[in-house]
Write a protein that binds this ligand. Sequence first.
Ligand SMILES: NC(=O)c1ccc[n+]([C@@H]2O[C@H](COP(=O)([O-])OP(=O)(O)OC[C@H]3O[C@@H](n4cnc5c(N)ncnc54)[C@H](O)[C@@H]3O)[C@@H](O)[C@H]2O)c1
Length: 251
Amino acid sequence: MNTDAWFDFSDHVVLVSGGAGGIGREISRAFAHHGAHVVVADIDGGAAETVASEIGTATPAQVDVRNGNAVETLIAETCHQHGKIDVLVNTAAIYVRVPALELSETDYDRTMDINVKGTWLMCQAAARRMIEGQSGRIINYTSNAGNRGSALQLAYNASKAAVISITKSLAVEWGHTGVTVNAVAPGPTDTALMAPAFTDRALVESFAQRIPQGRLTPPDVTVGPVLFLASPLAGSITGHTLYADGGMSAT
Ligand SMILES: NC(=O)c1ccc[n+]([C@@H]2O[C@H](COP(=O)([O-])OP(=O)(O)OC[C@H]3O[C@@H](n4cnc5c(N)ncnc54)[C@H](O)[C@@H]3O)[C@@H](O)[C@H]2O)c1
């Protein structure tokens, strides 16, 4: 193995869903820094344009990951413009914070549609192209909340458990194709996603106390695991969830 090329993503096309978000932006920047052309895809097309123009070697795209036709069009246009997709990182998600007794069907369905169905649709559409080329890396964002119970976030936790399950099932089904499918699970991170929870400073303090490293996960901390899972170093890793949560999942 040529170790010089471990984190060289030159000539790679990387698509980041939720690429304009707190974590997606950091991932987009990091891949571009390591030579990739990045497609910054987000439901907020204006924010995707801002991130892409900050990066330079990036293309913005507006997409709603719940919409199969829109996802298919995004993947087709990416392949048409750039020839292929080497890496797909799925970060698009929402978070609803409400007592289980008050959770509406609408919020439950919206969470599942974006976080679960959206992840599956993106994986399916990208993998069709990756499997043709017999290579590809898919990295899905889950959460340590997908592996534990916590009050007020039933739909979110269930959706993130489903992302872990999807990751394992696709890794098994596509194991022989050259496509790997893994997940990264951050702990609580101060981004727009968590605004409904983080207005409660006592809650932030209690999170920090439960995290062995004693701090929330900085938004850029999960970039390392993503670059690693996309690199030649991780060629035999598939179906794995890598926790980058300051040790919270170990408690
Ligand atoms: N922030 C945390 O504490 C935390 C913790 C664990 C896991 N995660 C996971 O990390 C990932 C990124 O989270 P974040 O903190 O950057 O959130 P964020 O809210 O900052 O970013 C999410 C992005 O997804 C986009 N998005 C929402 N719905 C979409 C849709 N239907 N189609 C396309 N794009 C859509 C949003 O516009 C936004 O830019 C998520 O999967 C989240 O579940 C976050």
